[in-house]
Design a protein. Structure first.
Length: 363
């Protein structure tokens, strides 16, 4: 605990040790399980973490220092640790890069994580940085076991439907992030932080029955496939003692698949394949993008529908009323769209700076 405070500036305390299930010896911290890799005979200490929690970072530090693993397995992509070399929190929100529906989903996920982490005052993924640093001290092998996020999001967008998306949109008005974005002007930074913490948004809840019903298409590639991918990577780790650091939601799936008999390389090859486009993945971004060009489109349609084809003065006169209607409608819709976009950006940056200032006030 004191090590985390000194090295990372995070207020934390070691989690009280408890007995969790038959697989965990009574001396292990909570959310840490001991598994046996039947292929290599290695002891695998699997640490289930909350990615927005300094307490999880303290648990990771304790386990690695105590068991001195030959290999530390991280739920990170290759070179994922490079993100931790950047100062946090950044002065500005993450950049928005949307080229397809997969990048749209990834951007929404990044913004959600960013605002929650800034709101509760904990750097996202701190436990991975701690695991990396501790492994370096011990000269343990470091394995990056996460699947490429681009592949994950592409498989997600090719697995969900418009019905699931619309069903999810119904839940947005009651979400903590939406509430924080809507009410940031009337709430202090501490009030926003307490609201986020009280909702339990920082805990992993993809295992809930609600997610199985609301987003079954997202759950499989986002959770279940990654369980299998991570378990396959852990199975190939070298050494007699391995520490794996993964999201808490992956504990159950990894325990289930760690000793599967199927070849790990073949499993990863299957899970890295990109399925063909579906109606949703092929049309979602063009549909969203069409809003941005709504004004010129309506204006063009107005000209065409108005009959301004220079066939003669009568046709022009006859077409003017319709053209004026469509031009006026297009202008109003365009102004409404620009106003809405400006309001969204204003709220995003306003919430960012309030939480940013609150973080520095409390740290």
């Amino acid at each position: 605990s004191s090590g985390i405070n000194a090295e990372y500036g995070a207020q934390t305390k070691m989690i009280k040790t408890t007995t969790k299930g038959n697989a965990s010896p009574p001396t292990l911290p909570e959310n840490v399980v001991l598994l046996k890799n039947e292929k290599t005979g290695a002891d695998v200490y699997l640490v289930g973490v909350n990615h927005i929690s300094s307490q999880s970072a303290a648990t990771v530090q304790e386990v690695i220092q105590r068991f001195k693993p030959d290999t530390v397995f991280l739920e990170l992509e290759e070179n994922g640790i490079s993100d931790f070399r950047k100062p946090w929190p950044p002065i500005n929100p993450p950049p928005v890069k949307i080229s397809n529906v997969a990048s749209l989903g990834r951007t929404i996920s990044q913004y959600t994580t960013y605002f929650v982490s800034l709101g509760v005052g904990a750097r996202p993924g701190l436990e991975m940085k701690v695991a990396y640093d501790e492994a370096r001290k011990l000269k343990s092998e470091i394995v990056y076991g996460e699947r490429d996020s681009d592949i994950t999001w592409k498989r997600i967008t090719r697995n969900i439907t418009y019905g699931e998306v619309f069903n999810t949109l119904k839940h947005i008005p009651t979400s903590p992030i939406y509430t924080a974005l809507r009410n940031w002007k009337t709430q202090s930074g501490d009030e926003i932080r307490n609201n986020l913490l009280s909702t339990g948004i920082t805990s992993t809840n993809l295992e809930s029955e609600e997610h199985k019903i609301v987003l079954p298409g997202m759950r499989k590639p986002f959770l279940e496939e990654r369980d299998l991918y991570l378990a396959s990577g852990l199975r190939e780790c070298k050494g007699k003692i391995v520490v794996g650091v993964v999201g808490l939601a992956h504990l159950q799936g990894i325990r289930q698949h760690l000793n599967d008999k199927e070849d790990a390389i073949e499993i990863k090859k299957k899970l890295n394949e990109i399925p063909p486009h579906t109606l949703f993945s092929a049309t979602a971004v063009p549909l969203v993008g069409s809003v941005a060009v709504l004004t010129p489109t309506i204006m063009t349609v107005g000209v065409l529908k108005g009959g301004l084809r220079l066939y003669g003065i009568k046709e022009i006169k006859r077409g003017l009323p319709k053209a004026c209607f469509w031009l006026t409608t297009g202008a109003l819709v365009g102004l409404e769209f620009m106003g809405l976009s400006a309001q969204i950006l204003k709220n995003i940056y306003g919430l960012h700076y309030k939480l940013w200032n609150n973080f520095h006030k409390n740290n």
